[in-house]
Design a protein around this ligand. Structure first.
Ligand code: FE2
Length: 427
């Protein structure tokens, strides 16, 4: 006897007609025409069923604060930083908690059940740390939160960063962050990467640094982060986030850098929505796109995840925490329109960031956690094209969120058409 049967699903990678049986919160069996009884059955004929979406880069301490204390009139990074500075003294633990919790409802509805959030530790009150550690505990039955100790004002540039970061790790943050390009000098940036990697190695922590989030073609902190990853033997445990300077780097230099990244086992996390809107702002034309070299990194075997980064905050007024929107933007900005590349964009918001975050039991194999999303789409391409409705979001075998299938009705005189924009509609 099973708790749940999902019948006749399409799986990522092209398998069709697959049944998934769930027992006690885990996937018990995956195969064609599985026999047995279940307390509940869902017919997923022609629907893509995938493990949950993963947002490997977001800032939950600033999320949903749009309009506080005012809107970002210019829409630029610099005004965003100024706005965050204005907001910080007025933050309360309760308000941060409530906004971040609201985002979790949105995330659940969108099928995003694992989130890595950076948390600013350059506020000596550590309110955001307290709030998000509490949320991580409270929300654990439904969403896996992984929290990064992020010295947002600079590890050296802000005097108490190291003390606060160490304290925050003790309070329950998981991952060591950094922001080398924001230090006062290139040299301070390099030293900050080395110091933070030493802390992470000593404490056995994963690492995720905002790295080279500039248009400066000479920013080289990813090189240092890569070298330190290798030196500490931390393959598979370190990610460089943003890496937008790679967009502008000298092409010859990048042909040296990317193989070094692959060799070191470092991962890259791009944030397409934010990179395309915030980078290249000082350019006239041609105007740089700013997103890192996703295609080339993927071709070299470097794991690439996509993050949302911001949702309705000082830096980005838009978004609804939809990782399919992120995948779609990454696909367009990176010209990732090859068939395998489209699937890779889907992977960049599902299984790749799950690996980067070292999530336990993620996937569609027997024994994995029964965390699943049933989409109103037949495959990855259609899911991205339509930002497909998440018909069922399942957590540990139970339905966590559901949405009605999307349908529009068009009437041309006597002729009535019901449209869901899927390929089926073309028949
Ligand atoms: Fe970020």
């Amino acid at each position: 006897m099973y708790d749940l049967f999902i019948r006749n699903a399409n799986l990522p990678g092209g398998r069709k007609g697959v049944d998934i049986a769930v027992r006690q919160g885990r996937i018990a069996a995956v195969g064609a025409a599985l026999q047995g009884q279940a307390a509940r059955e869902i017919d997923a004929t022609g629907r893509l069923v995938c493990p949950p979406f993963v947002d490997s880069h977001v800032h939950m301490d600033s999320t949903l604060s749009l309009g506080l204390p005012r809107l970002n009139a210019s829409g630029t990074l610099l005004e965003g930083i100024a706005l965050w500075g204005e907001l910080k003294p007025h933050l309360t633990q309760e308000a941060i908690y409530e906004r971040a919790r609201k985002l979790c409802y949105w995330s659940a509805a969108r099928g995003t059940l694992a989130i890595r959030s950076h948390v600013d530790v350059c506020d000596d009150r550590l309110l955001a740390v307290e709030a998000l550690v509490q949320l991580k505990r409270d929300i654990a039955p439904w969403i896996d939160l992984q929290l990064v100790a992020f010295p947002q004002d600079g590890f050296y540039r802000y005097g108490k960063s190291e003390e606060n970061l160490r304290k925050a790790l003790k309070m329950g943050l998981d991952v060591v962050g950094g922001i080398p390009h924001f230090e006062r000098t290139m040299e301070d940036g390099r030293l900050s990467v080395q110091a933070l990697m030493r802390i992470a190695a000593d404490e056995g922590r994963l690492v995720d640094m905002h790295c080279d989030e500039t248009d400066d073609p000479l920013s080289r902190h990813i090189e240092t982060l890569t070298a330190e990853t290798r030196r500490h033997g931390m393959a598979g445990r370190v990610a460089g986030s943003h890496l937008t300077s790679m967009h502008s780097m000298d092409n010859y230099y990048v042909t040296k850098l990317i193989p070094l990244m692959a060799e070191a086992g470092i991962a890259a996390i791009a944030n397409p929505l934010i990179n395309i809107t915030l980078q290249g702002r000082n350019d006239t034309y041609p105007k740089r796109r700013g997103m890192t070299r996703v295609k080339e990194l993927m071709q070299a075997g470097v794991p690439v995840g996509f993050g949302h980064d911001c949702v309705m905050d000082p830096w980005y007024s838009l978004g609804s925490h939809d990782m399919l929107e992120v995948a779609g933007m990454g696909l367009h900005v990176g010209q990732l329109t090859g068939l395998k590349e489209i699937d890779a964009c889907f992977g960049a918001v599902t299984e790749v960031p799950a690996r980067i975050m070292a999530l336990e039991g993620y996937g569609l194999e027997p024994g994995c956690r029964a965390d699943l999303v049933i989409l109103q789409a037949e495959d990855e391409m259609e899911a991205i094209r339509l930002r497909a409705e998440r018909l069922y979001v399942i957590r540990r075998g139970a339905i966590l969120a559901e949405s009605a299938p999307r349908e529009a009705v068009v009437r041309f005189g006597e002729e009535t058409r019901h449209l869901d924009f899927t390929r089926k509609n073309l028949g």
